[in-house]
Design a protein around this ligand. Structure first.
Ligand code: GTQ
Ligand code: FE2
Length: 339
């Protein structure tokens, strides 16, 4: 049988890659100066373009990841699409996202959901610019030829609910107003506040249990059904304690990391990637990977997005540990940014 048709194992075109924060920040800030947002649902988003994907602006075969820059007092006009969207907030003091009339103010570390076909616009009420990491399933949607996109006739939605309504109504997502039926499709609260996430991470630290491959990691879940937050991808927050060096494994799912705090390195298929706050890292599907927090005293906190929920839904997910060398790869080079 032709191996192009039935390869022995996954053969990702996406390559392991690291984008440094300083470079990305400069590009995004320059885009903020040079590019005006226009009507028609426009966004100022810098898509992370994996060098293995022939110039496509995709981070992996399945994930669109972009740095979105919003200037102070600016409005990114309303639109909607079938693509599932989410954002992790890198910087924001006074910026918001309005989803179906529900305006939520955002702070650093918040994880925000935008389920399919819900109208959304973003804005900032003061002079501060905002920077978000957008994660969408655009590559999957386009591969399936399933995309729909529509811009709104208004230049911003009317706010029809109280500010921060979904947070006020559902709290942390563990409670449901008794007069409402469960909404199982997507989590009822459209934001996971950083304050809650940090509390959960600190709790896990006390729990005396850890994962050999990730140290302490929590997936953002739909608390009404236990599933991942989105259907085609999920997101996690991970804390690697000082001096922890995890074991290597590989799985059928690709991951994109954002280094929220701390510094260390990951080894991906034998190449060492040194990272620090603000960097982005791609781990392609089926690549061996392990992580190390090099600090003696501070935690490393990593946000990541994974297409694992999609793989699992289609019964394609597999995972295996590295068996040799006590579960650690042999490092043969250090990533320099050259292909
Ligand atoms: O903020 O609505 O990075 O629709 C890509 C597509 C952001 C958004 C992106 C989008 C958005
Ligand atoms: Fe959008």
């Amino acid at each position: 049988m032709e191996q192009d048709v039935l390869p022995l194992q996954p053969t990702p075109a996406a390559v392991p890659w690291l984008w440094k924060w300083d470079e990305l920040y400069q590009l995004a800030a320059m885009a903020g100066k040079l590019i005006e947002l226009e009507d028609g649902g426009d966004r100022r988003a810098l898509g992370l373009s994996n060098p293995g994907l022939n110039g496509k602006p995709y981070a992996t075969e399945t994930l669109w990841m972009a740095l979105q820059w919003l200037n102070g007092k600016e409005i990114a006009p309303p639109h909607r699409h079938i693509a599932q969207a989410s954002r992790f907030i890198i910087q924001s003091e006074g910026s918001y996202s309005t989803v179906e009339g529900n305006r939520i103010f955002l702070e650093r570390g918040d994880f925000v959901l935008n389920p399919p076909l819900l109208w959304h616009d973003h804005g900032s009420i003061n002079n501060n610019h905002a920077i978000w990491l957008d994660a969408l399933d655009i590559p999957v949607t386009n591969y399936l030829n399933a995309n729909f996109f529509e811009s709104h006739y208004l230049d911003k939605q009317k706010v029809t609910k109280k500010i921060n309504a979904s947070v006020l109504k559902y709290g942390n997502g563990n409670y449901r107003p008794l007069w409402e039926d469960p909404i199982n499709e997507y989590p009822p609260v459209s934001v996971y506040k950083w304050k809650e996430t940090l509390k959960a991470l600190n709790g896990l630290k006390e729990a005396d249990e850890a994962c050999p491959y990730d140290d302490l990691a929590l997936e953002y879940v739909n608390s009404f059904n236990g599933n991942s937050s989105m259907k085609t991808f999920g997101a996690s927050i991970q804390l690697i304690r000082p001096k922890i060096h995890t074991k290597a494994h590989r799985h059928v799912s690709s991951n994109v990391y954002y280094i929220f705090e701390g510094s260390g390195y990951s080894v991906i298929d034998g190449v060492r990637f040194n990272w620090s706050e603000g960097d982005f890292l791609v781990i392609p599907t089926w690549a061996y990977h392990e992580h190390c927090n090099t600090s003696e005293s501070t935690d490393a906190i990593l946000f990541s997005v994974s297409d694992r929920p999609l793989m699992q839904a289609m019964d394609k997910y597999r995972q295996e540990p590295l068996k040799e060398n006590d579960g650690h790869q042999i490092v043969h080079s250090v990533f320099t940014g050259n292909l």
